[in-house]
Write a protein that binds this ligand. Structure first.
Ligand code: AMP
Length: 142
């Protein structure tokens, strides 16, 4: 059985304990810019329910949650103008998948350099609010 860790960073975002740069929200889904973008546009889409991984979400979520989640992924991609030029979707799962945050999420990566939708421009204030002053700016791999 998979145990959900209520202290993970996305659970804190969902509870409003730390900020995020929100892109989209509905009853079941939240999407926000990644704090350490690996592409000009790098957005994370997460369900509001407590699901650890892609497998947990796919096996345990209701039909309504599943539909809302994937509809939101498509809507965010459309709204950010990614669908015509193309983009990547990634869902890292578990230790060997390199999943760092144990709350299911899908990465949307796209855009070009110099992009007005650029994630790094949009997360400056959020980083300043939650990181200590001398923290490295991009310390994460993907
Ligand atoms: P993963 O390795 O698939 O679990 O991806 C976790 C992602 O969450 C990474 O791309 C991180 O850059 C991103 N991340 C970590 N903390 C935050 C945060 N507070 N707000 C937005 N994104 C975050």
């Amino acid at each position: 059985m998979t145990v959900y860790d209520e202290s993970n960073i996305f659970a804190k975002i969902l509870r409003g304990e730390i900020p995020c740069n929100k892109v989209y929200e509905d009853n079941h889904v939240l999407a926000f810019h990644d704090l350490y973008p690996k592409a000009p546009v790098h957005v994370l889409v997460i369900p509001k329910g407590a699901y650890v991984s892609l497998v947990d979400f796919s096996e345990q979520a209701s039909a309504e949650e599943l539909k809302a989640f994937w509809a939101a992924v498509a809507k965010v991609a459309h709204d950010l103008g990614l669908t015509e030029e193309g983009f990547r979707t990634i869902a890292n799962t578990g230790l060997n998948g390199g999943q760092e945050v144990p709350h299911f999420h899908v990465h949307l990566l796209g855009g070009k350099s110099g992009d007005k939708r650029c994630s790094s421009r949009r997360i400056q204030g959020v980083r300043a609010a939650i990181e200590p002053p001398n923290a490295p700016s991009t310390n994460r791999r993907h």
